[in-house]
Design a protein around this ligand. Structure first.
Ligand SMILES: Nc1ncnc2c1ncn2[C@@H]1O[C@H](COP(=O)(O)OP(=O)(O)O)[C@@H](O)[C@H]1O
Ligand SMILES: [Mg+2]
Length: 272
């Protein structure tokens, strides 16, 4: 299925709730969706089931998730599974293609390699980037590292653009063909800098040429009647869309991966 076909299935399909994901912070429902000859599994997060947060307005986490998909789609990197906003059995919500589990980032599967690790050393080994030292027990620290992986590096750029307030390891799903998907973008797109992520390994480093090209494309797509500008305007407030433009402009101006701002906990804990 192409992204467009998946979007159509998610938008038009008949949605059947099959179960609820336990321990999620919001109501996260596992569903099947079918339309004409196609069917798939998906998650449905109804706005009704959103837990209120102190720093985000009530009732629009679902829209932020869809907006994250729209930005991801515009990058061409395909990091966020197809996600749409639609009505469902529990009212309006976000519906996202299900990525088969069993390939979570903290597992070493199919030679893909783990994406995150805690190590005893002072320095990250070859192929790893350091996030920082973490307290892992009484008087014990370990170095949190993530893989020096192109997919993660793209995701670090996407997170900087969407201002992701919660990029944890459990939100990275690896799928067949070395695909990496990122999920759970409800706390993104705040107008203030809230970037909180594990992916600080490239902080302050020059952006790869590829990322600069993609950011230039986003800049055009976000201007005036650009398609992304139009789509985001349906999902976010005008100041929030302006803030996306400002973050893209700042990334292009500095030409570097962002560094922690210092006025907000920069690394989610626990990291998984
Ligand atoms: N698209 C998806 N594909 C596969 N698993 C998913 C998907 N979306 C959510 N999940 C599973 O459901 C769990 C809860 O989803 P999450 O987005 O973290 O919800 P919450 O909004 O409550 O934080 C995730 O940790 C993951 O295991
Ligand atoms: Mg979550």
């Amino acid at each position: 299925m192409t992204g467009q076909e998946a979007e159509e299935l998610l938008r038009e399909g008949a949605l059947t709730v099959e179960g609820r994901i336990p321990d999620a912070s919001n109501a996260v429902l596992y569903c099947s969706v079918s339309h004409q000859e196609r069917s798939a599994h998906c998650v449905y997060k109804p706005v009704e089931g959103e837990r209120p947060l102190w720093d985000f307005p009530d009732g629009n986490l679902a829209r932020r998730e869809v907006a994250a998909y729209e930005v991801s789609r515009a990058t061409g990197w395909g990091l966020v599974p197809p996600t749409v906003l639609r009505d469902g059995p529990l009212g309006e919500g976000m519906v996202q293609l299900w990525i088969e589990p069993g390939h979570h980032s903290d597992q070493d599967d199919e030679g893909d390699g783990a994406l995150l690790a805690l190590v005893e050393d002072e320095e990250p080994g070859p192929g790893w980037k350091a996030v920082g030292f973490a307290q892992v027990g009484p008087g014990r620290t370990a170095l949190l590292v993530h893989a020096d992986d192109q997919r993660l590096r793209r995701l670090a750029v996407l997170d900087a653009v969407i201002n992701n307030g919660d990029r944890k390891g459990g939100h990275l799903l690896t799928a067949p063909q070395s695909r990496l998907y990122a999920i759970d973008h409800g706390v993104s797109f705040h107008t203030e800098n809230k970037l909180r992520t594990l992916l600080w390994g490239w902080a302050g480093e020059e952006l790869p040429e590829e990322a600069v090209r993609v950011l230039r494309h986003l800049e055009r797509d976000l201007s005036g009647d650009g398609e992304l500008a139009v789509r985001l305007a349906e999902l976010l407030t005008a100041p929030e869309v302006d803030a996306v433009r400002a973050r893209v402009a700042e990334l292009l101006r500095s030409g570097r991966h962002p560094v922690p701002s210092g006025d907000w906990p920069a690394v989610p804990w626990p990291p998984i």
